[in-house]
Design a protein around this ligand. Structure first.
Ligand code: AMP
Ligand code: MG
Length: 342
């Protein structure tokens, strides 16, 4: 493994866990200089892992070039390459990992494999100034309530089946909604939910600190198909039930840990209704409510670069021979010494 002491302090971050291929340049002092992205939009149905990986391979050169150009940083000025090592879809992860290994070898700089969930938490902390939050991380592939304790981000509650974002996406697809570039399914559901007038009863499933969304999704589709309300009413009811579940579990983690902040991160963090519900809970517990900015909410290269910088500065790097992807890499398996170092 080539070792070059950082002379220019920039990290290139590569994200490719699912539908997004992202590349970003972030400086070691935490400035996001670029954050380029190209999302795979399936013609029909959900994400096909091999199709998404093919998309990532096709756009990688363009996205990487854009990341360097926007940042006005040359590849030779990069001192670290970070990539999403997991969790995620195997073929997609491998495409990003291959690009990262090739670049790190070519540039003779260290490589660091980043846990995708850690990336979402750390970019939320960087962007909002949160130091020690209870984090609700909600995205297309994950739903996790966590807080830092004794060297690791501990999971207090998580989904037992599908993720929050996935629940919204599969519901939207089943009832015939269309997503657009810049308006993912979750945002389309949010738009419609604002016009909902009638609450349609749907199953609320919290088991201990864990959550289940698959029955809720099925019930919402059934409610639409049996005309229990307009699509706006069902979107409104789906959001009310799902977000109340998330808020309940987050509030319990907050009451238990007494942390000073609540951080909302991940693609679903863009949702204003969810933001407002969590803010009420944070206020009631005297905690500061922090939400990741929209441009850093969904999967992106900047969060990988920043988490890579934090890890590298704590002495962590990933030799190429150990850089295989880990599709089931859990958040609580990651030793995070940089958090304690604060
Ligand atoms: P990520 O997996 O972090 O890239 O986030 C993508 C997920 O965020 C998808 O499931 C989207 O439908 C969801 N999403 C994006 N915008 C919104 C929104 N405004 N409300 C709810 N979900 C959203
Ligand atoms: Mg995504």
């Amino acid at each position: 493994m080539p070792k070059k002491k950082p002379s220019h302090s920039y990290c290139l971050g590569i994200e490719s866990t699912a539908d997004d291929f992202g590349a970003a340049v972030v400086s070691f002092d935490g400035k996001v200089l670029s954050n380029a992205n190209d999302a795979y939009l399936p013609k029909e149905g959900g994400i096909h892992p091999r199709e998404a990986a093919r998309h990532h391979a096709e756009v990688s050169e363009k996205v990487l070039a854009e990341a360097f150009e926007t940042a006005s940083v040359k590849p030779r000025e990069i001192s670290l390459v970070a990539f999403s090592q997991g969790p995620g879809l195997g073929p997609c992860l491998r495409t990003g990992a291959t690009a990262a290994r090739a670049l790190a070898s070519y540039l003779a700089v260290p490589l660091v494999g980043v846990n995708h969930c850690v990336g979402h938490i750390e970019i939320g902390k960087l962007a909002t100034g949160a130091v020690d939050p209870v984090t609700l991380y909600v995205s297309g592939g994950n739903t996790i309530v966590s807080a830092f304790e004794a060297g690791k981000y501990r999971i207090f509650g998580e989904t037992l089946d599908i993720a929050m974002g996935n629940c919204l996406d599969v519901f939207a697809r089943a009832v015939g909604l269309q997503q657009r570039k810049g308006a993912p399914f979750g945002a389309v559901v949010e738009e419609l939910a604002r016009k909902g007038k009638k609450f349609v009863s749907l199953p609320y499933t919290v088991k201990g600190m864990d959550l289940s969304f698959s029955g809720l999704h099925t019930a919402a589709v059934n409610a639409f198909e049996s005309n229990k309300g307009t699509v706006e009413d069902i979107c409104y009811s789906l959001q009310e039930v799902a977000f109340s579940m998330l808020t309940e579990v987050t509030e319990r983690a907050l009451a238990h840990t007494q942390k000073p902040e609540v951080l909302l991160t991940g693609g679903v963090a863009a949702n204003k209704k969810l933001q407002s519900m969590l803010k009420v809970v944070a206020d009631e517990h005297g905690a500061r409510f922090c939400v990741v900015p929209l441009k850093l909410a969904a999967d992106n290269g900047a969060m990988i670069a920043w988490a890579g910088i934090l890890a590298y500065n704590s002495g962590i790097s990933t030799p190429i021979e150990k850089s295989f992807v880990n599709v089931k890499w859990r958040l609580e398996e990651v030793y995070a010494p940089w958090v304690e170092a604060k």
